[in-house]
Design a protein around this ligand. Structure first.
Ligand code: BTN
Length: 250
C-alpha cells in the first residue's frame, strides 16, 4: 500500500472510514456494488489509480495516479429523497473549504465544480439509488500537467500553492467538512446556501445553458432558496435545476 495513505496520523469522524483500492475503473461504480451488498453509511472508497473515472453528463474524468484524489462516499440519508440533490452542494462546499484550509481562495461554479481563479480544481458526481447516495469526488492535488483537452481549464492545489500536499490530509479535511455539511441538506440548509452564495462564480455573469428547446442565455442573479440557479432570461426569472450545464459567456 502507498505509504502516503498509511492511516497513522489521520482520524475520520464517525461513521466515515476509508477503504483503499490500488486500482478501480470508477470508485462510484465500485462503491455502488458495496452499497448494494449492504455496506453501511460512511464508507469512503478511494482508488490509487482510477482508470475509467466518470464525470457529469457522461464525460470522462481524468485522475493522475499518485497525484490526485479519486474517491466516493456512501450515504444513506434520512432526509426525503427530494432533498438528496442538495448533497452536491454539500460536497462542493466541503471540497472548497478543505482546499481553502491549504491556502487558495476557491469559487464554486454551481452546482458543484470547485474552481481556483477561473480554473477547475475538483469535480463532483452524485448518484442516487433507492436507499443510498454515492458522492464521487475528483480533486487535483499535486498534479502539474493535464491532458491537452483540459490543460487550459484545469489546475491543482499544488500549482496554486507552489507546494506538494499529503493527499491523505487533504482527504481528511474534505471528510471532516462533509461530515458537517451533509447533515445540512434538511434543516440548516440556509447556512449551507450562504456558503455557496459567497463563492458562486456565476452570479452577475451572462451564461448559456442547455434546455429542452436548445441552448439559451440569461443573467445569473444568484442561488434560489432551494439551491437552484436563479436566471434572468427573456422569459423572466427562471430557476435552473442542478442537472443543467452552464457556461459563462461574459
Ligand atoms: C465532473 O466534474 O464532471 C464530475 C467528476 C467526478 C469525478 C469523480 S472521481 C471519483 C468518482 N468516480 C468517478 O467515476 N467519478 C467521480
Amino acid at each position: 500500500m502507498n505509504d502516503e495513505f498509511s492511516m497513522a496520523a489521520v482520524e475520520f469522524p464517525d461513521p466515515f472510514r476509508l477503504l483503499i483500492r490500488e486500482t478501480a475503473a470508477s470508485t462510484n461504480d465500485e462503491l455502488r456494488i458495496l452499497a448494494e451488498g449492504g455496506a453501511s453509511e460512511g464508507l469512503v472508497l478511494l482508488a490509487l489509480d482510477q482508470t475509467a473515472g466518470r464525470g457529469r453528463r457522461g464525460a470522462a474524468w481524468f485522475s493522475a495516479p499518485g497525484e490526485s484524489l479519486a474517491f466516493s462516499i456512501l450515504l444513506r440519508p434520512d432526509e426525503p429523497k427530494a432533498l438528496w440533490p442538495r448533497l452536491s452542494l454539500a460536497a462542493g462546499i466541503s471540497v472548497a473549504e478543505a482546499v481553502e484550509s491549504f491556502g487558495p481562495a476557491t469559487g464554486i461554479k454551481w452546482p458543484n465544480d470547485v474552481w481556483i481563479g477561473r480554473r477547475k480544481v475538483a469535480g463532483i458526481l452524485v448518484e442516487a439509488d433507492r436507499d443510498f447516495a454515492i458522492i464521487g469526488i475528483g480533486l487535483n492535488v499535486n498534479s502539474t500537467a493535464f491532458p491537452k483537452e483540459i490543460a487550459e481549464i484545469a489546475t491543482s492545489v499544488r500549482l496554486e500553492t507552489g507546494m506538494e500536499h499529503l493527499r491523505l490530509e487533504v482527504l481528511a479535511a474534505i471528510i471532516r467538512s462533509f461530515a458537517r455539511h451533509s447533515r445540512q441538506i434538511g434543516g440548516d440548509f440556509d447556512h449551507l446556501l450562504d456558503l455557496i452564495r459567497q463563492r458562486c462564480v456565476l452570479t452577475g455573469h451572462c451564461v448559456s445553458f442547455g434546455s429542452t428547446s436548445g441552448p439559451r442565455q440569461g443573467w445569473v442573479e444568484g442561488i434560489a432558496p432551494g439551491g437552484e440557479l436563479l436566471l434572468r432570461t427573456e422569459a423572466g426569472l427562471e430557476r435552473l435545476m442542478q442537472a443543467d450545464e452552464v457556461r459563462i459567456l461574459c
